[in-house]
Design a protein around this ligand. Structure first.
Ligand code: PBE
Length: 329
């Protein structure tokens, strides 16, 4: 049913919708090179290898970074909160005057990050945790003295109004669903290692029955009732949505999980086309979307505490703060 309503949502979400319809994780990089996102050319290599960790060269090497990166921050999907915050950082910090946030996809961002690290080139990405990039690479968040990216935040569950009456058992589970970073990481890691999100969710649920019991407590099984959960294809949300979906499916629900563009995800739950989502990063990352839709949604509270976003760079870069960067002009 959601499909028929997409068009009425009236958002310029064409690209993401196409990717979503293709239904595959971080695919679509080739379609998303709209405004760049590729790390700089190869001629920068020499400059950078000279700067390898010499603190005496701090100022000169950080002065070169901007130029080497073409004054571009490697972003992800255009509608994501962390891209919005990064654009605000560009407005806020004098050190980022003249910089641009190049939007692409989460998959394209991690590819660019991996390539830059292979070549020890400078790169700044719009980052967040939990994310496997921190296990895979030595990375650091740039300090954000103006607090544009906010403090640690939480991921919350939002459902459509009326869900409690229509599907009290699903409501109970969504209300009680809460886990921790380690659990989420374990599912993300399995997916990263090649399992499908469905397989990873199935084994997580099998291996964590106690946790699952605490989510389903007081909820009764149903007989094939349809429920639709929406999400965005960020690894964190792929993991949580499939785990909740698996739990509901084991209770007898016919679960559909639909990947969407961020703004469309919020709008579909607020409009009642979808039943719920477990992907709301608040108070800051999705703060605008929450403000826009909060009167039409039911907020079921945190499902994961202590997440974070910011500008992330490889450890080998001689910058610690956003203020250490140099403006383009
Ligand atoms: N993220 C992951 C999202 C929320 C979840 C940080 C990429 C965003 O920026 O909107």
């Amino acid at each position: 049913m959601l499909k028929f309503n997409w068009k009425h949502l009236g958002l310029a979400a064409g690209l993401s919708m196409t990717l979503a319809a293709a239904g595959c994780g971080s695919g679509g990089e080739e379609e998303s090179g709209d405004s760049g996102g590729e790390s700089g050319g190869s001629e920068e290599e020499q400059t950078d290898s000279e700067s390898g960790g010499e603190s005496s060269e701090d100022s000169s090497s950080s002065a070169n970074y901007g130029e080497e990166m073409d004054y571009q921050i490697t972003g992800i999907e255009a509608g994501s909160g962390v891209v919005g915050a990064s654009e605000e950082a560009v407005e806020t910090y004098d050190s980022l005057a003249g910089w641009e946030v190049a939007t692409s996809s989460s998959g394209a961002m991690t590819t660019a990050l991996g390539e830059a690290i292979d070549n020890e080139e400078p790169i700044i990405v719009t980052g967040w945790s939990p994310h496997w990039k921190f296990q895979e690479y030595d990375l650091k968040y740039l300090e954000d003295p103006e607090n544009v990216f906010g403090d640690a935040e939480n991921i919350k569950t939002m459902v459509r109004q009326g869900l409690e009456e229509d599907m009290p058992n699903a409501y109970t589970v969504l209300d009680q669903f809460q886990w921790d970073e380690e659990s989420m990481n374990s599912v993300m890691l399995e997916v990263q290692n090649g399992a499908s999100p469905q397989e990873a969710a199935t084994s997580f649920v099998e291996e964590n029955q106690d946790m699952v019991d605490s989510w389903t407590e007081g909820a009764e099984e149903v007989d094939g009732k349809e429920i639709e959960l929406v999400y965005v294809e960020w690894e964190t949300e792929v993991a949580s949505t499939h785990v909740v979906g698996e739990v509901l499916s084991n209770m007898g629900f016919e679960v559909t999980t639909t990947p969407l563009d961020n703004a469309v995800m919020w709008q579909s739950v607020a409009g009642g086309e979808a039943d719920g989502m477990v992907a709301a990063w608040l108070p800051l990352t999705h703060g605008d979307l929450y403000e826009e839709h909060k009167d039409s949604l039911e907020d079921l509270g945190n499902n994961l505490e202590g997440v974070r976003t910011g500008l992330v760079v490889p450890e080998y870069m001689d910058v610690d703060s956003i203020e250490d960067l140099t403006p383009a002009e």
